[in-house]
Unconditional design. Sequence first.
Length: 727
Amino acid sequence: MSRYLGSSGQLRVLFVIVTMLLAVDRVAIAAIDAFDRMAALHIVDARKRTLAACHERGIELPPDFLAWIDGDPRLKASVYGCREDPLPVLLGLRSLEIDLGAETVRQDYPQLAIAFAITGSYAPPGGKASGWNDGDRGTLGDDLPDVSPRPPLMLACPGDPRVPVDTKDATRDLDALDHVINFLEDHPWVEVEVEAEEFPPLEYDDQGVAKPRGKAVKVRKMVSRGLVGADVIASAKLQDEFNASMVANGHPEIQIRCGDGVVHRKSTEAVKDKDVRASIKAAHDLFHDAYRAKGRMPQERDAAPTASESMAWFIRNDRHDFSGTDRVWPRFPLEAPWPILMMLVADDQPLREREEIWSRYRDQGEFRTYGEYIGGIAQQFDMQSARRVGPFSFSYGSIQMMWKDGGVCGTMGNIGARTHRICGVPASTAGQPGHCAIVVMEQDPATGRFRCRGGQYATGGDDVTTVHAGWNYDDVGGRRPMVFHQSVAWAVNHDAEAFVDAMVLRRAWDDLEAAPRARQCVRLMKATMDLNPFAMPLVDAAIAAAPDAMTAVEVLDTFEAGFEPYAAEEFDLYRRTVRALAHARMLALPSPSTPRENERLLEALDRQGCEDARLLARCWKDLGGDVFLEECRAAAVVYLDSPERTTVKRMSQRFAGTVRDWGRSVKTGRQREAWAESLLAEFAGHELLQIGRKTVVDPAFVALCGFAGRPVPGVAELEAAKASGAA
């Protein structure tokens, strides 16, 4: 197994004992700790069910393949223990072995292979990233990896798929799109300004030996090239020539009228006029259709590679000899524990797209993670594409097209994440409020520790970032906040084997009925903290099983007590996230049945530093009287008195969110207005914030004005009112 795996404990000893046996003595297992026993039996039962499913389908797996899995406790746990249905994982691993060879899968890159097999098991039926056979999964799960005998895979990256059509073929009747292409290709070349990299001219010493040459610099220069669709869309003169040509060739119905310079290669603004936009869209579609139909662009984007092709491609690159170059290689270890590699193997970029980017890095050291930022026009696909539509060897959706056409944050994030993955680094795009960023897995070469780091942030930090790659560690999948992916790195750093054990225990736990989960959720949290305190799949499961609010309080207290030895600023967001999950669970549960129980809950929430505005509002209201209003006013006073209010932008945004949650919890409009007016009284004279050099209206004040039905005054009006009050 990987050299990054941690030390083994009681659960590991158990797994070694259990997995060495094909027939398990359940009486002996019964004497072991309940959670350990439950996880061990889950693997045993899952293995039995999976092999029985193979037998039912007539699938025969080599005994040495099964023995290899059985002989490694962590491998066995990964294959049989981490998915409700392990069959796709088992067959996926075997499919990789058939294509790539036993030595590659079992000895050289087992962690990478497991990552591919588990990721493939999450793919939808016929999913392009899975590499499995297409077809309907149905109730029997028939859309499974192919394990039939076949020759070893010979990796081959596809070439340019375009087949140029002779648009002047005298043996057939030319159609309208033939004439579109002929107009463009027969037209005299045009002079255009381009940006290029040039090296300084060579200089020689007295002996005639060339002096060291400086680095390449970017220059603007005029070049001649053939006419393309974008040139016509940008020029009224060319549009007139084009229209006349189409009339002369028997197609007067095809006319382009896009104005002069409305959309061109330097455009940065979106087109506002709907009629002009419609004309430009029609022109773009015409040229795009012509280029595709006549073999000047691919008919469609290349197919995604199979899992075996993708793994073979990564391995080929990993083995490339970069000695004698200045390349950083490997940029990430492919023998890292499989949970760390999940972002990497989910890459479904076609091999031809990858190969071009990879070859640029391999041969020239080029590692571009940011393209041309073009502003508002990027929000209108047809307008953006019309600026540069021309013959091209790649389709829309490719990283090459993103480089050509440019874009805004989504394009930049995709360029960055895709380039990292092409060079073997797990990465993904990630969402922030109104923005797209990226996240990257990194390894410290000195310590071997991993971390998940964000990049291209604009509207906040890790706490407002949601990773687009699936969080495939709990048999559920789907997107999760950044901290979930960070917890994977921390869990592996803490103990990679224990993290796998935790995923197995999560699967076994999910198989229990709701009643025993409710009874044992506190014990599960204690076991989790002993096993791996960063194992979010188990932490989340323990919280979700709490049957009532006070039990959820106990679950969170158990977490906090167990996490105390690991308290550090690095993990603050993780702790706050677990706290938020617990408090969200309390909100989802019924309110305490008596005032005394409600008071106890509020005392616990205060001790735990609860920031869930909706939960606090419900508890305050349950106490009756003016408690809700008074607590809201007290919190507003604390906020307004905080020195960080005018220096930390996120603080005002968070409190504004709290205010909105409070306001939405007030049932009637009249009550809501009265509540808001009471809080607005606290803001009198404090409506403005000075964030850096900019004066802004406090967003919490804005929210209260909305609830009160007041118009929001501007900065100038508020400053004047403050000055007159002071006078």
